[in-house]
Design a protein around this ligand. Structure first.
Ligand code: ATP
Ligand code: MG
Length: 559
């Protein structure tokens, strides 16, 4: 593949501009979140795109908060967004806020009025909407469109000074009520809002609209390429029109270019919808491990690398599509396989007694921490004659395909001995309460004896009953059982919630688990990857299941 072929279409745009006379020093990008919620996995694509370009071209990338809607924005969200971007491993050149530019935007707007490019409209928003027309039919000009400049200036000043009620007047750009692009039909530039803003407090009573703010902010910061998602394609004409009015020669003129939004299956990626899950108490908060937010994924046990690799592997495109969540899970398994310490824990325990093991004896056995990483070393785990194994790992009788424990057959206990099933003890209801086995003392793993080299079909994980640490395990699953819950006509996405997205159990882990710290990552052997939750205390460790070792939905989805 030549260098040309391996570029994505965004890089082609930049390379083309470099050939057409831009210098590398001109390149500057930004990531522009609105602080009205936590970042989600869709934002990760935009972050990796913009900061990735910054790394590739050694160009600055600003973090710009698009904070023009005081009703929905909060400092908590600003802090969370910064924390998440840093955690992903990116650093911004400058931290900027659209609200830093309110004065400049206002001054420009006054110039617009003076130049007959804007006017104060005193109609209600409903009336304005009714006059917009349709794509095939021109809109109707407002009766205020040609009010005297002096009058607009005076009213705009009053709006700014808080002498006007919300909804009484707006400032509109004077463009073209017959434009084929509905967005060009005298768009609103300012509305009156008597709300507290998280940065400007009550200084401003008028707030600029997105279209009027975004391009001008890009221009002020001299951003060369302003990448946004495809729904802004029709806004590009307006972006350019506004720039035309303020552009000064010799300055760099920003370009808006669009790429496709990334959607993930079995969830919703929209801050507004995620906010509903939080507000209605469906999840415990924005960082609930079932949330597709960066902080939810982090708490679930995802690593920054797994999220970056995921974003890079889906890349940027021109068409919207739905990425299956199994692709995200693949990336975290791949990364944790390299990093997670292997430990043993039994989630659904049944007692196993070694009838020929010396009573009261405990021995320490050596276990490798990670076969994928030699430098991870090894540890010692206690072994004794009374153990727990997984209930599903035993059947009294089984066919030849069952490679786990049955009566009369041999299996290996991981890092320990070969055992053979002898008998069971049951309660009055016929449930097995104890499995009695014998062990072969010569067969200890790693002892090098002939008996230890013996081939047996299955290997089971276990914990020593008297040494086992009771732990809380939170088994998380997909939050929605439908692949695209928010695409059904006439049905609310909340109808598709998976009622079994969280199961909390008590399990038994090897005793060393008590020394782990929040966000440490382990593989419970034969089960899955788990991470220590921040709810853990010295007396009770809490583990979140990041992902099972195998994709149990793959079969179901096909069935
Ligand atoms: P939401 O609907 O979740 O609030 P948004 O687009 O309104 O999303 P912003 O905070 O305005 O959220 O987005 C910041 C940047 O992230 C924008 O450039 C936006 O286009 C991009 N972005 C948001 N969602 C996605 C997504 N699903 N895939 C790719 N980029 C996205
Ligand atoms: Mg938004």
């Amino acid at each position: 593949m030549s260098k040309e072929d391996s570029l994505n279409f965004i890089e082609h745009i930049i390379e083309n501009d470099l050939q057409q006379g831009y210098s590398k020093e001109d390149l500057r990008f930004r990531f522009p979140p609105e602080p009205n919620g936590y970042l989600h996995i869709g934002h990760a694509s935009s972050i990796c795109l913009n900061f990735g370009l910054g790394e590739k071209y050694n160009a600055p990338v600003n973090l710009r908060f698009d904070d023009t809607n005081p009703a929905k924005e909060e400092q908590e969200f600003v802090d969370a967004i910064k924390r998440d971007i840093e955690w992903l491993g990116f650093s911004w050149a400058e931290e900027r806020y659209a609200s830093d530019y309110f004065q400049q935007l206002y001054d420009w707007a006054v110039e617009f009025i003076k130049n007959d490019k804007a006017y104060v409209d005193s109609q209600s928003s409903d009336e304005i909407a009714r006059q917009k027309g349709s794509p095939n039919e021109a809109g109707i000009e407002s009766p205020y469109r040609n009010r005297p400049v002096e009058e607009s200036l005076e009213l705009f000043e009053k709006m700014k000074n808080g002498e006007v009620e919300e909804g009484q007047h707006v400032l509109r750009a004077k463009i073209d009520m017959a434009s084929g692009n509905m967005l060009m039909r005298d768009p609103v530039m300012y509305r009156v809002l008597h709300k507290h803003h998280h940065r400007t407090n009550t200084d401003w009573k008028i707030f600029p609209m997105y279209d009027w703010t975004h391009g001008e902010s890009d221009y002020i910061e001299q951003v060369s390429h302003s990448f946004c998602t495809l729904e802004f394609l029709p806004h590009r004409e307006l972006y350019d029109w506004f720039l035309d009015q303020v552009y000064e020669i010799n300055k760099l003129r920003p370009k808006q270019r669009e790429f496709a939004r990334r959607n993930l299956s079995h969830t919703v990626v929209s801050k507004r919808k995620l906010a509903r899950l939080v507000e209605e108490g469906v999840v415990s908060g924005w960082d609930d491990p079932r949330m597709p937010t960066i902080s939810g994924l982090r708490r679930r046990g995802y690593t920054p690398e797994s999220i970056r690799n995921f974003a890079d592997s889906i890349g940027v495109g021109k068409r919207e599509n739905l990425i299956d969540v199994s692709h995200l899970e693949f990336n975290v398994r791949e990364d944790l396989n390299k990093k997670a310490t292997r430990v043993m824990a039994v989630l659904d325990p049944v007692k196993l007694i070694l009838t020929n093991y010396p009573e009261g004896k405990t021995e320490m056995l050596e276990a490798e921490n990670n076969p994928e990483d030699e430098s991870a070393g090894s540890r010692e785990i206690p072994f004794s004659g009374v153990l727990y194994i997984e209930r599903e790992d035993f059947k009294e009788e089984a066919n030849r395909k069952f490679f786990r424990l049955t009566l009369g057959k041999e299996v290996r206990l991981k890092n320990a001995y070969i055992i053979q099933g002898e008998s069971v003890v049951k309660d009055d209801d016929g449930n097995i309460t104890e499995i009695h086995c014998t062990y072969d003392p010569e067969s200890r793993s790693g002892s090098g004896t002939e008996a230890s080299m013996r081939k047996v079909k299955g290997t089971l994980h276990w914990v020593s009953a008297k040494h086992a640490l009771p732990i809380e395990v939170r088994l998380y699953d997909r939050l929605f059982s439908d692949p695209a819950p928010d695409t059904h006509k006439d049905k609310d996405f909340m109808e598709f919630l998976n009622p079994n997205s969280l199961e909390v159990i008590t399990a038994y882990g090897e005793p060393g688990l008590r020394n782990l710290e929040t966000e440490d990552k382990v593989q419970f052997q034969r089960i899955g990857y788990f991470t220590v939750d921040r709810d853990s205390t010295k007396d009770k460790m809490v583990f979140n299941r990041t992902v099972p070792l195998r994709d149990s939905w793959a079969k179901l989805d096909k069935a």
